[in-house]
Design a protein around this ligand. Structure first.
Ligand code: SF4
Length: 208
């Protein structure tokens, strides 16, 4: 495993932000099982969790105005540092108010990284413009098999769905994703769940 301090990396028109390698899940499709980076990036395994100063210094070296979106994605689950992510997002908005901020998340912050400052969906909605949530299945059984959340809590699927609904209700541009590692029938079921909640579903191709 190669380590570096790659705190941001370009993907197409967007800049991806890597604030943590921590994750509460062990998804069967996780790119981290096969690579040290993503989309041709430098290694994304971090030598240490970046401080706010390190993140700001990294981002100040970029022309943030040229990106369509800044995506909190990481090589891990960004909400494992939920308060840090929100504080950084606020700082980015202070230096680049027009920027579109997206959070890519497993939607489980209320289980694995509860904030003292409030519900995850409310905190996220204060600073982010978009949220992309891993739906990963159309029922709890598929979800737990694909996502493998730590200790497999019975309420994981419902917690993730509630997070998505609350983000949408709060006005965030909200979407779900599934990876086509699940069967067509399972994707169909996931689509039905997304349709019922009025949330767009993106089916992502599995990258091995
Ligand atoms: S939530 Fe993301 S980082 Fe965590 S195991 Fe799943 S795909 Fe990997």
């Amino acid at each position: 495993m190669k380590k570096a301090m790659t705190l941001s990396y370009e993907v197409g028109q967007n800049l991806y932000i890597n604030i943590t390698n921590q994750c509460s899940c062990n998804c069967i499709f996780c790119i981290r099982k096969n690579e040290d980076g993503a989309y041709g990036s430098d290694p994304l395994w971090l030598e240490h969790e970046p401080s706010m100063e390190e993140m700001q210094n990294d981002l100040l070296q970029r022309d943030l105005s040229k990106y369509q979106e800044l995506v909190f994605c990481g090589y891990g689950e960004p909400t494992m540092r939920l308060d840090f992510a929100c504080e950084l997002a606020k700082w980015i908005k202070s230096v680049q108010p027009e920027i579109c901020l997206r959070l890519n998340t497993n939607g489980l912050a209320d289980i694995y990284s509860p904030s003292q400052n409030g519900k995850a969906s409310d905190l996220v909605s204060e600073v982010f413009d978009k949220v992309s949530i891993s739906l990963n299945g159309g029922d709890s059984e598929t979800y737990l098999r694909v996502t493998n959340p730590r200790n497999k809590p019975d309420n994981a699927y419902q917690t993730m769905l509630r997070f998505a609904q609350d983000c949408k209700k709060n006005g965030l541009d909200t979407c779900f994703t599934v990876v086509d590692i699940i069967s067509p029938d399972e994707i169909k079921l996931a689509q039905e769940v997304a349709d019922t909640l009025g949330i767009t579903l993106h089916v992502r191709e599995y990258v091995s």
